[in-house]
Design a protein around this ligand. Structure first.
Ligand code: ATP
Ligand code: MG
Length: 316
């Protein structure tokens, strides 16, 4: 699997406030990742760090295998970042606005002309090319902003609430546009505080609250976790040799929703949807099949409430 974005223990503190805490993200190339959390959860802070605009307090970021922490300039070419609030250059015409950013990326005049035309077509603003930016509607400005972040054809797009402030129709249009971009094999991260808005568009989602990633996976996996599933941690003796057998037993076992293959060291983690009796039977199943379990623990998640609020869009 080729990885577009990987963070390790990414942390940002503002004085005493921990805005992002120990964030481990792995986002495969070409996927559309929904980054979901309530106001103040740390979405914008994370996206700004990924875009190379904000230095992490601790931790590592790799984009397409390149360390941004060591080489922040690399982000400029790899990433198109659409901020949640944008200053537009209001006294420019629509085409001039895009042309201006194409110049910033030192595109040749010929290429600029082609790119500006193609992008205006893509975001459906060709008919507005000679209008002033200040005369565009909010939805049109948002689409122009999206065109702007595509000027240098970056493989990774970081979009901070691209549909905020849009009416329902404009939201649908934005979603269709993002689907088109997904087809171009770009890796896209979209933040939002409403899960249902992203469910259809995204192949994976991560839910962040108070700077911590509380769940990640497909929408179905995260939903299963929120339905009262619990995360079970099993420590194994001599894990390097005994782990495959444990995984083989766990994966088909009834009630096992998801096994986290990437859990580290001697631990195997999985989501289990079942009561205590079922959980005790599972432990017996492992042990009678000679899996050397050293410790076995389970935690209920507090996700359900958060998840319900996020799906209903109550969190504003
Ligand atoms: N430059 C800064 N200085 C101090 N605190 C900051 C700064 N930027 C963000 N914060 C704080 O960090 C926390 C996370 O903020 P962030 O903007 O990342 O949240 P968010 O998930 O994007 O929220 P929203 O949905 O409202 O956009 C908040 O408590 C915020 O007040
Ligand atoms: Mg934000």
């Amino acid at each position: 699997m080729s990885v577009a974005i990987r963070t390790r223990q990414l942390t940002k503190r503002f004085g005493k406030l921990v805005a992002v805490s120990d964030l481990d993200l792995t986002i495969p190339t070409g996927s559309i990742f929904g980054f979901i959390g309530p106001n103040g959860a740390g979405k914008t802070t994370t996206l700004r760090m990924l875009a190379g605009l904000l230095d992490p307090t601790e931790g590592e970021i790799e984009l397409a295998g390149e360390s941004i922490t060591r080489n922040p300039d690399a982000a400029r070419w790899l990433v198109g970042y659409m901020p949640d609030f944008f200053g537009v250059y209001e006294d420019m015409k629509v085409w001039e606005y895009l042309d201006f950013f194409a110049r910033c990326y030192r595109l040749s005049p010929q290429r600029r002309r082609r790119v500006v035309n193609e992008l205006l077509e893509l975001v459906d603003l060709a008919h507005k090319r000679d209008d002033f930016v200040e005369h565009l509607s909010r939805g049109m400005r948002q689409r122009l902003c999206l065109a702007h972040v595509l000027v240098h054809d970056p493989p990774i797009l970081l979009l901070d609430e691209p549909a905020s402030g849009l009416d329902p129709r404009a939201r649908v249009e934005m979603r269709e546009l993002l689907k088109e971009l997904g087809k171009l094999k770009k890796t896209i991260v979209i933040s939002s505080h409403i899960l249902s808005e992203l469910a259809e568009l995204c192949d994976t989602v991560g839910i962040i609250e108070k700077g911590r990633l509380v769940a990640a996976g497909t929408v179905e996996e995260v939903a299963a976790l929120a339905r009262g599933g619990r995360v079970v941690r099993v420590r194994l003796l001599d894990a390097s040799t005994t782990r495959p057998a444990a995984l083989q037993l766990l994966k088909p076992y009834q009630g096992v929703v998801e096994v986290f293959e990437d859990s580290e060291g001697d631990v195997v983690e999985f989501v289990f949807d079942g009561d205590d009796v079922a959980l005790a039977a599972l432990l017996r199943h492992l042990v009678t099949h000679n899996v050397p379990v050293i410790s076995f623990s389970s935690e209920h998640t507090d996700l359900e409430d958060l998840f319900l609020r996020l799906t209903k869009g109550e969190v504003q």
